[in-house]
Write a protein that binds this ligand. Sequence first.
Ligand SMILES: *[C@@H]1O[C@H](CO)[C@@H](O)[C@H](O)[C@H]1NC(C)=O
Length: 137
Amino acid sequence: MFRVAAFILTAVLAVVVNGQISPSCTRTYTVQPHDFCDLISAKENVSTYQLATVNSGIINADCTNIFAGEVLCLGLQGQDCTQVSVVQPTGDSCTSIASAAGIDITTLLDNNPNVNTDCTNIFPGEVLCVAPTSTSN
Ligand SMILES: *[C@@H]1O[C@H](CO)[C@@H](O)[C@H](O)[C@H]1NC(C)=O
């Protein structure tokens, strides 16, 4: 819990400095017409959780306020998960996703704090971090 809170705080402070992209930002992305958050996540290999938290002061909860030409930060130094898996419409579960990635459920849940312990709240199109170690996010 503390790590999550600390990450969110770090992300907010790091990104919302005079509206500039933080120097600790490892990669940026310019929003294209018709983009939506999970599409950006899938295209750029950034988890749904990470995109939201890194841009928590900028992108609203439903991701309805992004606009073409806007520059977003995708990851922060030391906290950037680049190995991801997109939840498929049929049959995907934390077990199948973890298994396909060759990681255990604990690591999967650790790297995706938005997913509940029973993994009942994942949804098709959601992008999960499947890194083999904790990405400290
Ligand atoms: C995303 O990851 C896939 C699989 O590793 C890779 O082929 C692709 O080039 C990556 N895309 C970007 C934008 O990094």
